[in-house]
Design a protein around this ligand. Structure first.
Ligand code: GDP
Length: 480
């Protein structure tokens, strides 16, 4: 099988707009032959057959090259390299966005010698031709998939190269140290003084600090990108579906007063100050013999197991029931309910206790609840009156973000891949510092420095393997 990474001389084509019906659909063609591929399909009203000026929209018909049939009325733009998305010659045909029209235009382009682009291949070419580095290319996908404005801002900053700039700074510092060491090793006879640990350590420490700063924001960054899995758990009829609706401010889950109606789990995304909150409404964890409900119960256990945070809902207007206690036992057995005092949600998986139906007289034994969940935040809510919903959001945001927000200038590491590579770089720098302090030979020290340098290069793509590139770009959509 041909590898997209080594096979970059073909001219490629794809429908760049999403499948389905739209006002406009775009076919994108890129490669050295792209102009020659599309031009024979273009009929301009004034009968001209020459190439229109670069980067200028031209009104034309697209014809079927075999039958001469007019396939669509389009606007076509020929874009001369290098000022294009891929840095190759690119043509974009803007036609009417019907699936059949798009497919027929694409087929016409393919009959002229272009081949179908693979997922992400346009962006891969932009990367291989040096227009984007790898972190920027990944930001393209993050930007397309952004679920909140904060996530979008972070992706834009990464796409603009702000993350890459900070990484390159650290990388250059490391390279500087490597160069000093290698000059003294390679040219001992040139009287180059051997660099001393007192000279090298501060340089390495600066680079390590830069990496640590990026790592410190990585959990938060990942949160903005991936969101927080928040399971709404509790016995039937305490108001879980109603709470979901209040948090979403819509009517997504069906609310009824018959216990056990939420048989399946419902998942929706709410925006918690920029963090996509994946809210999972579960069928109450309860002993049931109804087979459909049992599936729901099973799913709610799974939802709880996967969750980063649990909203544990009780009906404040009733005394605690055996079922309530069983739900508590189940959650505690899963390790929920550590201290909520920091934002290290990924390790301790906090529980927020929601005492719902606060509009009714309070009958629940709060003391018993406090004893069951001594480290959890408590919020009283009424989904009927809206009381406590804002406080619940505030509490969640405190737990998750600990007061941090994203501005349009924030640069945060948002990807697990970047975080892993940065951690490795930092480890190697730490090891090189230890080696220097122990008086190890400099060529030994430089092994760790090289490894750190390479790990940083994996983020921006300088040292990324073909396999890694294949994996990253295959996650893109076709036409991107
Ligand atoms: P679930 O089974 O836990 O998802 O509970 P639902 O959301 O379906 O609610 C069960 C019943 O409680 C419905 O009749 C709701 O209208 C009612 N309910 C939900 N929240 C409140 C509330 O805050 N106050 C009062 N009084 N009733 C509520």
């Amino acid at each position: 099988m041909q590898n997209a990474i080594t096979n970059t001389t073909d001219t490629i084509a794809a429908i760049a707009t999403p499948p389905g019906v739209g006002g406009v659909g775009v076919i994108r063609v890129s490669g050295t032959e792209s102009f020659r591929t599309v031009l024979p399909l273009v009929r301009r009203p004034e009968g001209r057959a020459d190439l229109p000026p670069s980067h200028q929209l031209t009104y034309a018909h697209i014809i079927d090259p075999e039958t001469g049939e007019v396939l669509d009325d389009v606007l076509v733009v020929f874009m001369r390299a290098p000022h294009t998305y891929t840095r190759e010659d690119v043509v974009e045909v803007q036609g009417h966005g019907g699936p059949l029209v798009m497919r027929r235009i694409l087929r016409a382009v393919l009959t002229q010698g272009a081949r179908m682009a693979k997922p992400g291949e346009f962006t891969l070419r932009a990367f291989l031709n040096g227009r984007l580095d790898l972190a920027q290319a990944e930001a393209v996908m993050d930007l397309i998939g952004a679920q909140t404005e904060a996530g979008q801002r972070l992706a834009v900053q990464q796409l603009r190269g702000r993350l890459s700039e900070q990484l390159q700074e650290a990388r250059h510092s490391v390279l500087d140290v490597i160069a000093r060491i290698e000059v003294s090793i390679d040219f001992p006879e040139e009287d180059v003084p051997t660099p001393q640990p007192e000279e090298l350590c501060p340089l390495i420490s600066v680079a390590q600090c830069q990496i640590e700063v990026l790592l410190a924001g990585a959990e938060q960054g990942r949160l903005y990108r991936q969101g927080l899995r928040t399971a709404i758990i509790g016995r039937p009829n305490v108001g879980k579906s109603s709470l979901l609706n209040s948090l979403l401010r819509t009517e997504r889950a069906i609310v009824t007063s018959v216990a056990g109606t939420t048989r399946d789990t419902v998942e929706e995304i709410a925006n918690l100050r920029g963090v996509p909150l994946h809210l999972i409404d579960t069928a109450g964890i309860t002993a049931t013999t109804d087979p459909i409900e049992q599936i729901g119960v099973q799913r709610s256990r799974i939802a709880a197991e996967d969750a980063d945070v649990v909203l544990l809902v009780f009906d404040g207007s009733e005394r605690l029931t055996e079922q309530d206690r069983r739900v508590c036992d189940e959650l505690q057995a899963m390790g929920f309910g550590g201290s909520n005092s920091s934002n290290s949600y990924s390790r301790i998986r906090p529980v927020v206790v929601v005492v719902n139906k606060a509009d009714c007289p309070l009958h629940i034994e709060l003391d018993a609840l406090y004893r069951l969940w001594p480290s959890s935040a408590f919020v009283k809510t009424s989904t009927l009156t809206g009381v406590g919903i804002a406080e619940l959001e505030e509490t969640l945001s405190e737990i998750v973000l600990a007061g941090k927000t994203v501005s349009s200038e924030s640069v945060l590491v948002t990807s697990a891949r970047h975080q892993e590579a940065l951690s490795r770089a930092s480890e190697h720098l730490r090891a090189s510092l230890t080696s220097l302090e122990q008086g190890q030979p400099l060529d030994f020290v430089s092994i760790d420095l090289r490894a750190a340098y390479d790990a940083l290069g994996e983020v921006t793509g300088e040292t990324a393997s073909d396999d890694l590139l294949d994996t990253i770009f295959s996650e893109f959509c076709i036409g991107k």
